[in-house]
Design a protein around this ligand. Structure first.
Ligand code: NAP
Length: 436
């Protein structure tokens, strides 16, 4: 099994951006995707990508790929079958059956618009058939257009299309729409908008470009002349389907739920772009998601490694949840981190710099120890439930990882080996202190 620090799944704008940042950070990373470009390839012209007034989806996809590759991103054009957690790693199984593992995974697999599945839809895709009004609407200025669907997406994108359409048909299979009332009121009140219900689209036709749609309404077939048809009969996010062995939080529509750092509910798993529950499915937001996720994932991986080095006896499967709770802290030379007699509320791992351990005796302060990268402190009070037995102060500018008391206690109660490791260090420190 090939081992990496990070695996990126998906080759659209989100995946390629995460890959670009990973390559620039010189991380041990790989990107798996069956193809590159994602939804960009379903978009003819893009006019809302800052810096490019107008660029084809294909061209932008190529530029993003070339940019990531220039910085040395390893890309493998292979589809991913499934992902699961194994100890402190995520295992990624590819469609060819091979397995690869990493400390963190960024899921950037997007999704796909649900298709109507009628004749003409596939042939005229990009030639008048679209699944994105924001992307393509401006190319249909002054034309008669149709939207298909009765949900929020159809109505919201329909409202956008009214800026360009001379007439807009809302074609829906039922008389009632499921879209929010406010959206219905706004769209249907416009003179240029006409509801075609209950009507089922049977065919989309035209000679090289859309010219009409054929609908069946109350037993009769009619042809509605339009220059473009925008289909919004649902979007199927694909990220959730990768997790078959363990639950990952998602909303009722299958979008993965994340926090502000793009962390999904499984520690070490990030979700970005169209597969994540969020407001907008845009290239700009996907790219922003990926940047946030990558920067956080890089930190998470480093923190996890630090914690595992400091606590070698801790069970590996517990460490992702511990690493997620670690809070990085920077301290200046002379800054006090914990104070003798204070409440024990956290455990600390030194990752950079040097700290001193001091105890007061008869009004004098004496130095008990000096700790550097890889060493920890704060365990004595937490294990014994007693006030801090010493003060710890930075000797030079230092960086620490702080673990809250609750996560620390959870770890030591789940692992007797970890407790023993910490108790043995604590005993030695107390004995050294008593000898001095
Ligand atoms: P949706 O709510 O599932 O609506 C899909 C629409 O397509 C429904 O009207 C459905 O008809 C119709 N449809 C489904 N399959 C069809 C088929 N084969 N042929 C013809 N029509 C078909 O999907 P959505 O509008 O993409 O919204 C997805 C979710 O995102 C929803 O929860 C929505 O509230 C949310 N969303 C929210 C906002 C917002 O502004 N807050 C904006 C966009 C989306 P029926 O009504 O007959 O089932």
């Amino acid at each position: 099994m090939a081992e990496y620090d990070l695996i990126i799944i998906g080759g659209g704008p989100a995946g390629l951006t995460a890959g670009l940042y990973a390559a620039r950070a010189n991380m041990s990373a790989v990107l798996f995707a069956p193809g590159l470009g994602g939804e960009l390839l379903n978009t003819d012209l893009i006019e809302d990508w800052p810096g490019e007034e107008s660029i084809t989806g294909f061209e932008l996809a190529q530029k993003m790929q070339a940019h990531a590759e220039k910085f040395g991103l390893k890309i493998e054009l292979k589809g991913v079958q499934q992902v699961w957690s194994e100890k402190d790693r995520k295992v990624v199984e590819l469609e060819d059956g091979t397995r690869h593992s990493a400390y963190a995974v960024i899921v950037a697999v997007g999704g796909e618009p649900v298709k109507l599945g009628v004749p003409g839809e596939q042939e005229l895709h990009g030639k008048g058939v679209s699944y994105c009004a924001v992307c393509d609407g401006a190319f249909f200025k002054g034309e008669d257009l149709a939207i298909v669907g009765g949900g929020d997406s159809a109505f919201q994108e329909g409202l956008f299309l009214t800026r360009f359409a001379s007439k807009l048909y809302v074609v829906h299979r039922r008389k009632e729409f499921r879209a929010q009332k406010i959206l219905q009121d706004r769209l249907l009140a416009m003179d240029k908008v006409e509801a075609v219900t209950p009507a089922v689209v049977k065919r989309i036709g035209g000679d090289g470009a859309v010219k009409w749609i054929e609908v069946e309404r109350e037993g009769k077939t009619e042809q509605v002349p339009v220059g473009g048809v925008f289909i919004f009969v649902g979007f199927k996010p694909l990220g959730k389907g990768l997790f078959r062995k363990e639950h990952i939080e998602h909303d009722p529509n299958g979008y993965l739920i994340t926090d502000q750092y793009m962390r999904a509910s499984i520690p070490g798993v990030y979700a970005v772009g169209d597969t994540r529950a969020q407001l907008a499915k845009q290239i700009t937001t996907a790219v922003g998601d990926a940047t946030t996720a990558l920067i956080h994932a890089e930190r998470y991986i480093e923190d996890l490694k630090h914690a595992e080095r400091a606590l070698p006896a801790a069970p590996r499967e517990r460490m992702p949840a511990v690493a997620e709770r670690l809070e990085p802290i920077r301290v200046m030379a002379g800054q006090t981190i914990i104070r003798e007699g204070g409440e024990p509320d956290a455990f600390f791992i030194v990752t950079r710099g040097k700290v001193g351990v001091y105890q007061r005796e008869g009004g004098e302060e004496r130095e008990l120890d000096r700790l550097g990268p890889g060493e920890f402190f704060g365990e004595i009070g937490l294990l014994a439930g007693t006030p801090r037995h010493a003060t710890v102060r930075a000797i030079e500018p230092s960086e620490l990882l702080r673990l809250d008391q609750e996560t620390f206690q959870r770890l030591v109660s789940a692992s007797s080996a970890t407790r023993e490791q910490l108790e043995s260090v604590a005993r030695e420190r107390l004995a050294t202190g008593a000898r001095r």
